[in-house]
Design a protein around this ligand. Structure first.
Ligand code: FES
Ligand code: FES
Length: 177
């Protein structure tokens, strides 16, 4: 790769490596609190949350948009936080798993996951719950097949899918009733 940045010039060799980027100011509203960071422009939202602010509830699985472990809500819409730069989310409202409950009062989706024993190791669970909340917000899932399809971006290595789907159906019923 370094060779790419080197250019032979007669008997001299000139290095054309790009200069290091200046840190950028990024303002993130996370779970109702404003955070201002000075970070390199290439820092992902996932790394900003975990490494710079300390919201480690959001998990890193693949870091490539393949597993959904890093799912958070941005202005109520679910996204893979490993696939977006923090600087792109400047000024937006981000909700992580830590922000779903109100004090000791769990979010209905968190309660439903407990009711249905919808996890084993729990590594995928924060992403599953945030994604399920986003799914309900979207209002597109009308039956079990829709839920399976629209949750297919969230992988559970423990295979707790049946219980996860049951939890989502419970919350969906509560929302509709
Ligand atoms: S860590 Fe983001 S999709 Fe896997
Ligand atoms: S509960 Fe273990 S990966 Fe889903």
């Amino acid at each position: 790769m370094l060779d790419f940045f080197k250019q032979a010039s007669g008997s001299h060799e000139t290095t054309l490596a790009p200069p290091p980027a200046e840190p950028a100011e990024v303002r993130l509203n996370i779970n109702g609190q404003q955070h201002t960071l000075q970070i390199a422009p290439w820092v992902s939202l996932l790394d900003a949350l975990r490494e710079y602010i300390g919201f480690t509830g959001t998990k890193k699985g693949c870091d490539h948009g393949q597993c959904g472990a890093c799912t958070v809500l941005v202005d109520g819409v679910r996204i893979n936080s490993c696939m977006t730069l923090a600087i792109m989310r400047d000024g937006q409202e981000i909700t992580t798993i830590e922000g779903l409950s109100h004090g000791k009062e769990l979010h209905p989706m968190q309660k439903a996951f407990i009711d249905h024993d919808a996890f084993q190791c729990g590594y995928c669970t924060p992403g599953q719950i945030c994604s399920a909340v986003g799914l309900i917000n979207e209002g597109k899932a009308n039956n079990l097949e829709d839920i399976k399809e629209l949750m297919s971006g969230n992988i559970c290595r423990c295979g707790a899918y049946t219980n996860i789907n049951a939890a989502i159906i419970q919350v969906k019923g509560e929302v509709q009733s």
